[in-house]
Ligand binder design. Structure first.
Ligand code: NDP
Length: 296
């Protein structure tokens, strides 16, 4: 079997095109705006933020980057978030991770208004997702993974999904999202015993552990769908957590790295911001709205 490629680059470009036309048809004077807070000088973070701004610019979405010194205190950073929460022109707020070690990310992410939390990292949104509530803002990478799985056209209900990794930003929310799709989900991590045997039982594999080429051909059941979230650099070349060359000979569908989950993550962030903007607009237009902007 030679796997069909789930082309995240192509799908993401289609989603961005659709968003672009939706934005251009919004009423004049209303442009969704994403605020990105970047703390410190992490080079990888700067590249990610630049890419997000470029993607927003290309679809006519506003993107304000707020650069803060790594020495900033937790309280000052919280103040910045409260101001953005209160600013009616800002529709989405994200804080680029990682933060400097003296700042507790949970304190910061919890302070973002759930309505503007377009990364879906506020525990309130994570909780809504866990409760299978439709109004949860779902974080971009898991949401992009689900879109790629749907692209395969394969029915997800009843399938055994094995997720490798349990981080708050990828493994956990992806597992929850797949559970909400009626998959039977096994969550694995660095303490899991017999990982290859567990992975071999999977109809769907999501590899998100940051271990270059970890998943080998003999870990994969013939016909499994393989989503590779990993972004690793080996010998200055990007690779995922799945040995693509080997595994694509047994999988039915597989995502490449680069060009798989990565571009979908950015597209889903833009989609979340657009959707948040529309919700906020109707909230403010609501005649009974008691928020201070509608009362002033
Ligand atoms: P984390 O380092 O936060 O989490 C890694 C997870 O993998 C942990 O749960 C860890 O277990 C588990 N793990 C580590 N080694 C093994 C192993 N040998 N076997 C089984 N499980 C293991 O990483 P992230 O979740 O943030 O990211 C994972 C990967 O995805 C990275 O390569 C990252 O660059 C990439 N990524 C890609 C994105 C995209 O858009 N394509 C977006 C975000 C991340 P334990 O909990 O026990 O430590």
């Amino acid at each position: 079997m030679t796997a069909t490629i789930l082309d995240g680059k192509k799908l993401a470009s289609e989603i961005r095109k659709e968003l672009s036309s939706k934005i251009s048809s919004l009423s004049e004077g209303f442009t969704p705006i994403l605020a990105v807070i970047l703390v410190g000088e992490n080079e990888a973070s700067k590249i990610y933020v630049r890419n997000k701004k470029k993607a927003a610019d290309e679809i006519g979405m506003g993107c304000e980057i707020i650069e803060l010194a790594s020495s900033i205190g937790e309280n000052a950073l919280l103040e910045t978030i409260y101001e953005l929460n209160d600013n009616p022109h800002i529709n989405g707020i994200i804080v680029q991770l990682p933060l400097p070690p003296h700042i507790n990310p949970l304190h910061i992410l919890s302070a973002i208004s759930p309505l503007k939390d377009v990364d879906g990292f506020n525990p309130y949104n994570a909780g809504l997702l866990a409760c299978k509530e439709d109004n949860a803002i779902i974080s971009a990478t898991p949401k992009g993974i689900l879109r790629l799985l749907k692209q395969s056209g394969v029915e997800l209900s009843g399938k055994h999904a094995v997720v490798i990794g349990r981080s708050n930003i990828v493994g956990r929310p992806t597992s929850t999202l797949l559970l909400n799709q009626d998959c039977t989900v096994s969550i694995t991590h660095s303490h899991t015993q017999n990982l290859p045997e567990i992975v071999k039982q999977a109809d769907i594999i999501v590899a998100a552990c940051g271990c270059p080429n970890l998943v080998k051909k003999d870990w994969v059941k013939e016909g499994a769908i393989v989503i590779d979230v990993g972004i690793n650099k080996v010998d200055n070349k990007l690779c995922g957590d799945v040995d693509f060359t080997e595994v694509s000979s047994v999988a039915s569908f597989i995502t490449p790295v680069p060009g798989g989950v990565g571009p979908m993550t950015v597209a889903m962030l833009l989609e979340n911001t657009f959707e948040a903007a529309i919700k906020q607009q109707s909230h403010h237009q609501h005649q009974h709205c008691k928020c201070k902007h509608c009362q002033s």
